[in-house]
Design a protein around this ligand. Structure first.
Ligand code: HSE
Length: 440
C-alpha cells in the first residue's frame, strides 16, 4: 500500500526530531502502522534551513497553505505554536479534510471545543499526545489505558523549566531570580519564560488532562493559575525540614462540588516518588477507582522525546484512517453526547491543606494570637516550626519566622483567616501561603 503522506508546518526542534525518528525507525513504524508514513512536504519561513534538514527529496515551501491545499497530503502536523496563525491553519486543514497532529497545548486548551467540533463534523482526527508532558504517553494512558476507571484525581509535574528551577533552588539554596538567570544562560528557560514560570503552560496541559479524565469541555479560562516567581529559598528549606518538597503541580480532582482545576506551587511529602522527580523531567500521577494510583515519568520536552509522541499519533491515525469515524477513540475520551456540564469549582471552594510562613515580632503571645485566629476559623493545625533564634542576624534579630502546617480546610476560610492574621501588628511581612497535597 502507498505510504500515508504527511505535511509538516514548522520544522524547528520538534519537527526535525519527527523527521529524523520517522526516517530512522521507518521499518518498525511501518510494521506497526500497517503502511509507510512519509513526510513529503514541509512549510517553514526559513526554506533553506528546512531543506537542509529534510534533504532534496522533500518539497519545502514557505507557505503553509500550500501544504493544506495539496490533495496528496493525508495528515498535517502543526508545530508552529500559539493561538494566532496556528488556529487558522488547523481549522483550514480540518476543513480541507486532513487529519491534524499538533503539540499545541495553548491552542487546544483555549480553542479545543471549537477545533474538536470542527474535526468531528468533518470526520477527521485531531491528535495531541505531544501537547501534554512531551514524550510521556499520558493522553493515551488516560484516554485508553484507564478507560475502565472513574478517575478521582490527577497531579503532575508538567513543566520542565519550572521543575529545573525548583530543583536548582533546593540543591543550591538559591533564590528564584538567580536560578532563572542561570536557566536562561544554559538554554533551559526561554528568553521570555512567562508562560513557564507563571504556570500558564502547566495550566494548558492540566486543562486538557482534566477534560479527558472527567468528560468535561476544555476550559482553560476556569483554571486557577499561580506560578513560582514568589517562592523563596527559605520556604524550600523550611518545607524540607518538615519532610516536604515544593513542586509546581497541575492538579485536577473530582469533588462533590465539581471539578478542581488548578496550578500552583505545592508541598508534597518528600517520600512520594513524584517529590523526587528532579531537573527538567516530568511526571504525572493519576488515581482511578479501580486501578488505584498510577505514575508516569519521562522527558516532557526536547526534540526526539516530543517526536516520539507526534509519531505515536501519526501511527494511530494511519491505523484508523479508513475506519468509520464513529469507531475511533473520541478526542476527549468520552463520546460528544456524553460530555458533562459538571462545573469547575472556584478556587475559593477548593479544599486543601496549607503551609504558612509568618515573619513576626519575637515577643510573648504572638504565636498564641496567630493560632487563636486559626482556631476561631475552625482550621486545624498539623505542625508548627519556629526558626531558631541563632539563625537570625542583624536588623531581624528581634524577629522570627513561624511556619504552620494546617489540615484540610476550604480555601475561602483560609483566605479570611489570613486577612485577620496579616492585620496583626506583630505580623511584620506579607504572609507566605503555599498549598499542600498528601497525594496518598
Ligand atoms: N516549556 C515546556 C516545559 C515544554 O518547560 O516543560 C513544552 O511544553
Amino acid at each position: 500500500m502507498k505510504p500515508i503522506q504527511v505535511g509538516l508546518l514548522g520544522i524547528g526542534t520538534v519537527g526535525s526530531g519527527t523527521f529524523n525518528v520517522l526516517k530512522r525507525n521507518q521499518q518498525e513504524i511501518q510494521g506497526r502502522a500497517g503502511r509507510g508514513i512519509e513526510i513529503t512536504m514541509v512549510a517553514d519561513l526559513d526554506v533553506a534551513r528546512a531543506q537542509s534538514v529534510v534533504g532534496p527529496d522533500v518539497k519545502v515551501v514557505n507557505d503553509a497553505r500550500a501544504v493544506i491545499a495539496n490533495p496528496d497530503i493525508d495528515i498535517v502536523i502543526e508545530l508552529i505554536g500559539g493561538y494566532g496563525i496556528a488556529k487558522a491553519l488547523v481549522l483550514e486543514a480540518i476543513a480541507a479534510g486532513k487529519h491534524v497532529v499538533t503539540a499545541n497545548k495553548a491552542l487546544l486548551a483555549v480553542h479545543g471545543t471549537e477545533i474538536f467540533a470542527a474535526a468531528s463534523a468533518k470526520g477527521v482526527m485531531v491528535a495531541f499526545e505531544a501537547a501534554v508532558a512531551g514524550g510521556i504517553p499520558i493522553i493515551k494512558a488516560l484516554r485508553e489505558g484507564l478507560t475502565a476507571n472513574r478517575i478521582q484525581w490527577i497531579a503532575g509535574i508538567i513543566n520542565g523549566t519550572t521543575n529545573f528551577i525548583l530543583s536548582e533552588m533546593r540543591d543550591k539554596g538559591l533564590d528564584f531570580d538567580v536560578v532563572l538567570k542561570e536557566a536562561q544562560r544554559l538554554g533551559y528557560a526561554e528568553a521570555d519564560p512567562t508562560f513557564d514560570i507563571e504556570g500558564v503552560d502547566a495550566a494548558h496541559k492540566v486543562t486538557l488532562m482534566s477534560a479527558i479524565a472527567f468528560g468535561i469541555p476544555v476550559q482553560f479560562d476556569k483554571a486557577y493559575v499561580e506560578g513560582i516567581t514568589k517562592l523563596g529559598a527559605a520556604d524550600i528549606k523550611y518545607a524540607e525540614q518538615l519532610g516536604y518538597r515544593i513542586k509546581l503541580l497541575g492538579i485536577t480532582k473530582r469533588t462533590a462540588a465539581g471539578i478542581e482545576l488548578r496550578v500552583h506551587p505545592t508541598l508534597v511529602p518528600a517520600k512520594r516518588l513524584i517529590a523526587n522527580v528532579e531537573g527538567a523531567m516530568n511526571a504525572v500521577m493519576a488515581h482511578g477507582d479501580a486501578v488505584g494510583t498510577t505514575l508516569y515519568y519521562g522527558k516532557g520536552a526536547g526534540s526526539e522525546p516530543t517526536a516520539s509522541a507526534v509519531i505515536a499519533d501519526l501511527v494511530d491515525i494511519t491505523r484508523l484512517h479508513t475506519a468509520d469515524a464513529a469507531q475511533r477513540v473520541p478526542h476527549l475520551a468520552f463520546q460528544p453526547d456524553a460530555i458533562s456540564n459538571t462545573p469547575v469549582v472556584a478556587m475559593s471552594e477548593v479544599v486543601t491543606s496549607y503551609y504558612l510562613r509568618l515573619r513576626v515580632a519575637d515577643e510573648a503571645g504572638v504565636l498564641a494570637k496567630v493560632t487563636g485566629l486559626l482556631a476561631e476559623a475552625g482550621i486545624s493545625i498539623d505542625a508548627v516550626l519556629q526558626r531558631e533564634a541563632d539563625e537570625i542576624s542583624g536588623e531581624a534579630a528581634t524577629q522570627t519566622d513561624v511556619i504552620i502546617l494546617t489540615h484540610d480546610c476550604v480555601e475561602a476560610k483560609m483566605d479570611a483567616a489570613l486577612a485577620q492574621m496579616q492585620a496583626l501588628p506583630t505580623v511584620l511581612q506579607p504572609i507566605t501561603r503555599i498549598r499542600k497535597e498528601e497525594l496518598a
